[in-house]
Design a protein around this ligand. Structure first.
Ligand code: GUN
Length: 292
């Protein structure tokens, strides 16, 4: 069996086109263009690159973006002052504080300050808390985990009743991914560094979401034949045959798993493009929520 390749690029493109159509409709109806504020603290090269891609996507979609770059040494007070200012600014429909923050800053305090109707990342403890509670609706759901679910749904993978295994329990991906699967009536196991007999646990999974950040850790013989494999990992692997000296690989050994799985996401071109597409969708929804 060879797995169906889940084309995240194509699915994200479709979502982005839908967002653009909606944004243009708003403009044609005399409504404001949605606005996204990005807050970048310090000089991390990866964070700066992510923020730049988010701003580029805004430009493509006709969404306004307001970039705030703060020095590595910024105080908690100054950062909180900025978030409060953005909360009060009617042009700003979404606030994104790029993580991780430098160690001297209190991430939780900053995130819980973001108005939940502008929390387009879905990281505020209130939105995450609502996601964890039965019958409660968060204003926003985190972009990467929702992207994983969206890929499964668009590919026709049955989630209800499925055994799902999530590898990783981060606040940004693993934990919200598990909550979204539970909400859709999957039976969910969350694995982490202390999980015993990990390969055997994964072998029971109809759906695997791998978000552990370890290059090609999940081997083909861990995968149940026909399972859906969603690979969130983006890792550098040395490869002297390439110009850069490395290539990007996921948390799953793709060459092995593609022969066993029913569906699989490639890296790159799987989950990656979904994060920004979801962020654009959330920013549009923020604008709609705040129309009043
Ligand atoms: N750091 C890694 N992923 C993300 C993300 O999706 N949003 C933010 N704000 N920070 C991140």
């Amino acid at each position: 069996m060879t797995a169906k390749i889940i084309d995240g690029k194509a699915i994200a493109r479709q979502l982005r086109e839908n967002v653009k159509v909606q944004v243009d409709k708003r403009a044609a109806a005399g409504k404001s263009r949605p606005g996204l504020a990005t807050v970048l603290v310090g000089n991390r090269v990866d964070s700066a690159a992510y923020v730049k891609s988010k701003q580029k996507a805004c430009a493509e979609m006709g969404i306004e973006s307001f970039g705030f770059n703060l020095p590595e040494t910024v105080s908690q007070e100054e950062l909180e002052k900025l978030v409060k200012k953005l909360n009060a600014d009617p042009k700003v429909n979404g606030i994104l504080v790029q993580l991780p923050l430098p160690a001297h800053l209190d991430e939780e305090c900053v995130l819980q300050l973001i108005d939940i109707t502008k929390d387009v990342d879905g990281f505020s403890p209130l939105n995450l808390g609502r996601l964890a509670q039965k019958g409660r609706e968060p204003a926003f759901v985190p972009c990467t985990p929702y992207g994983c679910i969206y890929l499964l749904e668009q590919s026709g993978v049955a989630i209800e009743g499925a055994n799902a295994v999530v590898l990783g329990r981060s606040n940004i991906v693993g934990m919200p991914a598990a909550l979204l699967l539970i909400e859709r009536n999957a039976t969910v196991t969350v694995c982490h560094s202390r999980t015993r007999n990990l390969p055997d646990v994964v072998r029971e999974a109809d759906i695997v979401i791998a978000a552990i950040g370890r290059a090609e850790m999940v081997r083909g013989d861990w995968i149940k034949p026909g399972a859906a494999v969603i690979d969130v990992g983006i890792n550098r692997k040395d490869d002297p045959s390439t110009e850069r000296g490395y290539r990007l690989v996921g948390d799953v050994n793709y060459a092995e798993a593609v022969k066993v799985a029913g569906w699989i996401t490639p890296v790159p071109g799987g989950v990656g493009p979904m994060t920004i597409a979801m962020l654009m969708n959330n920013t549009l929804r923020g604008a709609e929520m705040q129309d009043g």
